[in-house]
Design a protein around this ligand. Structure first.
Ligand code: A3P
Length: 315
C-alpha cells in the first residue's frame, strides 16, 4: 500500500517479506535461477553498512594486494546486480550497458568480457533472493557479508537519501521508518539475521564494519584465509593505507559511484552531500536524542531476544 511507497516515492512491493522496488518483479526469477561459478566472489550487504569499503578490500585481497589491479573504476570491477531495479525504468538508458551486462549474466551466467578469472559481484538483495546455486552449497562460490550497527546504518542511509533527494524528513522520522522496515531492503534485522544464520557456512564470511574500523589488518587476514590467500605484513600495511577513509575518498576509481551521480543530478541537482561522509562508528551517540536511543534499544531487544542475544554487539 501507500506505506510501501515510503521515502523513495517509488512503488515498492514485498519480496519474501522484504521491501524492494517493484521493478525487481521483472528480474527476481532470473536472479534466483542465475548460474553461479565456483570462483565467483559475492559481496552482499544491507545498504550503507560499508559495502564499498568491503568491495575494495575483498577485491584487493583476492588480487594478492596488488594495488595496480585496482587502477580502474570499482564500478567496472564489480557487477552491481541491483542496478537493474534500483533506477526508474525511464532513466535506465543512462546505464544501459551496465543493465545489458546484468541481463547477460542472468540469461547465460557469463559476462561479455572477463570470462577468465573470478567474477566480482555485489548486491544488497536479501539472502532468500540470492541465486539458488549460491545457497544450496552446490558451488564453491564465496559470499562476504558486511553488517554495521543499525543505528549508524540508519544515519548513513538517512544522509544518503537526503543526498539523492529522495527524502526530506527528519532523522527521527527516518529512524522510525527504518525500524518499521519500511525503507528499501528492510527490515534490517530480517536481512542481517538471514545472513548471520549462515555465518558458519564454509562459503560465507560474516564481517562487521566496526571490526574493520577497530582492526583492519585482522579483518584483512581473516578475509585472506577465507579466500585462500596468503598476505605478508609488508602487503597488509600498504593495503590498509589504501583502504583508509581519506585515501578512498580521494581515489578517483572509487569516488563517486556513477549510479549515485545519476540519482543526484536527477533528484537533487542543487543539493549537497557526499558519498564519503564521515566513515565513523558510534555517530548515533551524537546524532540521536534520548528518545530515539530508547526506541532503538527496544527495537533491537525485540528483534534479538528469540536468539538469546541482547544487542548488535553480540552478533
Ligand atoms: P557514513 O555515511 O556513516 O559516513 P556503503 O558503501 O554500504 O554505501 O556504505 C557507506 C558508508 O561507509 C558511509 O558511511 C561511508 O562513509 C563509509 N565508508 C566508505 N569507505 C570507508 C572507509 N574506507 N572507512 C570507513 N568508512 C567508510
Amino acid at each position: 500500500g501507500d506505506l510501501l511507497r515510503d521515502n523513495f516515492k517509488r512503488p515498492c512491493a514485498r519480496f519474501n517479506g522484504y521491501v524492494m522496488f517493484e521493478e525487481l518483479k521483472t528480474y527476481v526469477d532470473s536472479l534466483v535461477k542465475m548460474n553461479v561459478r565456483d570462483d565467483d566472489i559475492w559481496v552482499c550487504s544491507y545498504p550503507k553498512t560499508g559495502t564499498t569499503w568491503t568491495q575494495e578490500m575483498v577485491y584487493l585481497v583476492a588480487n594478492d594486494a596488488d594495488l595496480t589491479k585496482a587502477q580502474k573504476p570499482l564500478n567496472d570491477r564489480y557487477v552491481f546486480l541491483d542496478k537493474c531495479f534500483l533506477i526508474p525504468q525511464k532513466m535506465a538508458s543512462h546505464i544501459e550497458s551496465d543493465i545489458n551486462r546484468i541481463k547477460k549474466l542472468f540469461s547465460s551466467g557469463e559476462l561479455t568480457e572477463a570470462d577468465q578469472g573470478p567474477r566480482f559481484i555485489h548486491t544488497h538483495v536479501p539472502y532468500e533472493l540470492l541465486p539458488q546455486k549460491l545457497r544450496d552449497g552446490s558451488t564453491k562460490a564465496k559470499i562476504i557479508y558486511v553488517v554495521r550497527n543499525p543505528r549508524d546504518t540508519s544515519i548513513s542511509a538517512f544522509h544518503h537519501q537526503l543526498m539523492v533527494g529522495r527524502y526530506n524528513g527528519s532523522l527521527k522520522n527516518y529512524g522510525e521508518l527504518f525500524m518499521k522496515g519500511l525503507v528499501n531492503y528492510g527490515p534490517f534485522w530480517k536481512h542481517t539475521l538471514a545472513y548471520w544464520n549462515k555465518r558458519n557456512d564454509k562459503n560465507l564470511l560474516f564481517l562487521k564494519y566496526e571490526d574493520m574500523k577497530k582492526d583492519l589488518p585482522s579483518v584483512i587476514r581473516k578475509t585472506a584465509t577465507f579466500l585462500k590467500k596468503t598476505l605478508t605484513d609488508e602487503q597488509i600495511g600498504p593495503l590498509c593505507e589504501h583502504l583508509s577513509f581519506e585515501s578512498m575518498k580521494n581515489n578517483p576509481y572509487i569516488n563517486e559511484k556513477p549510479l549515485i551521480k545519476i540519482l543526484k543530478s536527477k533528484f537533487n541537482p542543487e543539493g549537497s552531500g557526499e558519498f564519503f561522509r564521515k566513515g565513523k562508528s558510534d555517530q548515533w551517540k551524537n546524532d540521536f536524542d534520548a528518545e530515539l536511543i530508547d526506541r532503538f534499544d527496544q527495537w533491537e531487544h525485540e528483534n534479538l531476544k528469540h536468539l538469546n542475544l541482547t544487542s548488535y554487539k553480540d552478533l
